[in-house]
Design a protein around this ligand. Structure first.
Ligand SMILES: [Zn+2]
Length: 72
C-alpha cells in the first residue's frame, strides 16, 4: 500500500501546493485517525519529512486543546 501510494504520487502534496517539488517520504492521513479519519487510500497522502512534522505538531496541539476543553 505504501509503495502504491508513492508510485502514484511520489511528491509531497503540501510542497506541491506551494510550488515546490519535494519527494514524499511519509505516509500521512489527511484527516487524522485521532479525528475520525480512515486508513483508506482516499484519506492518505504523501508528505516530506518537514511537512509531516509540521502537520503532526499542529494535530497534537489540537488534540491537547480538545483534551482541555473536555476537562472543563
Ligand atoms: Zn513537504
Amino acid at each position: 500500500m505504501r509503495a502504491a501510494l508513492f508510485s502514484s504520487n511520489p511528491l509531497c502534496v503540501e510542497c506541491e501546493r506551494l510550488g515546490r517539488v519535494t519527494l514524499a517520504t511519509q505516509r500521512d492521513h489527511i484527516r487524522p485517525l485521532a479525528e475520525g479519519g480512515t486508513d483508506d487510500d482516499s484519506n492518505v497522502q504523501g508528505l516530506c519529512h518537514a511537512c509531516h512534522e509540521a502537520k503532526s505538531l499542529a494535530e497534537s496541539k489540537r488534540g491537547r486543546q480538545r483534551a482541555q476543553w473536555g476537562a472543563q
